[in-house]
Ligand binder design. Structure first.
Ligand code: SF4
Length: 230
């Protein structure tokens, strides 16, 4: 194996991330990360576990996640010793219906993402200085336009260590470290989010299987919680 997929090269890249996070911690910054607990999340979670297993790893159990995702989060918490913290939306599902009685994910997915993903994470941003976020440039045009460091809302700074990684690098890092895959991948899922907004197979980019048929391609965490986002 040569080039960027070489184990030594990937380790060097991972070491750079480890060092950067150590620098934040040494400077007294309060650091957290968030995760969607997909197979592609594994390199960053593994790197976090190498730095400091007390770093909080937040995710929102929206109530619409696949049970397999929640189980995978529990498994990784155990196997990697991560400090996984599940958040819950404040707004009960009964108040997440539009005037026609449909859940907002069917008629206004941006508002649904706001209630179920963005709002629960806002207090976390207020309490921390650095948000380690695993977005990759090859996932969407919104992500491709991001910088390695990007101001988030609520006085927090986003750090995007995986921005230059691609799906092959993720694959080989997982392979070299014998890291598990999300149980639904074996059934043909590529990008796994909430159940109502995920299809089994996408066309081309793996994220095409999210919000299929809706005028939405990006999670609110990566738009609403970025300074200058929408
Ligand atoms: S991904 Fe879909 S179900 Fe989940 S919060 Fe966003 S719109 Fe709602």
């Amino acid at each position: 194996m040569t080039g960027i997929l070489d184990k030594k090269d990937l380790e060097a890249k991972a070491d750079t991330v480890v060092e950067r996070i150590h620098n934040y911690l040494d400077a007294g910054k309060k650091v957290f990360t968030s995760s969607s607990f997909q197979s592609q999340s594994l390199p960053l979670l593994h790197i976090i576990s190498r730095v400091d297993r007390d770093i909080p790893v937040y995710y929102t159990n929206t109530g619409f996640l696949y049970p397999e995702t929640v189980q995978f989060a529990d498994q990784l918490k155990r196997d990697l010793g991560l400090n996984v913290i599940a958040l819950r939306p404040e707004t009960p599902k009964i108040k997440q219906l539009d005037t026609a009685g449909r859940f907002f994910y069917a008629s206004d997915p941006d508002h649904c993402c706001y209630l179920n993903k963005v709002q629960p994470l806002e207090p976390v941003l207020m309490e921390h200085d650095i948000w380690i976020n695993g977005v990759r440039a090859d996932q969407s045009s919104v992500r491709a336009a991001m910088a390695e460091e990007e101001p988030a809302t609520h006085g927090c700074m986003r750090y995007h260590p995986m921005l230059g990684w691609d799906s092959k690098m993720v694959y080989y890092y997982r392979k070299y470290h014998d890291l598990p895959e999300h149980p639904l991948e074996a059934q043909g899922y590529q990008s796994i989010g909430c159940e109502p907004c995920t299809l089994k197979a996408g066309e081309g980019n793996e994220r095409n299987s999210r919000w299929f048929g809706m005028n939405k391609t990006e999670c609110g965490l990566n738009t609403t919680l970025v300074v200058g986002g929408n």
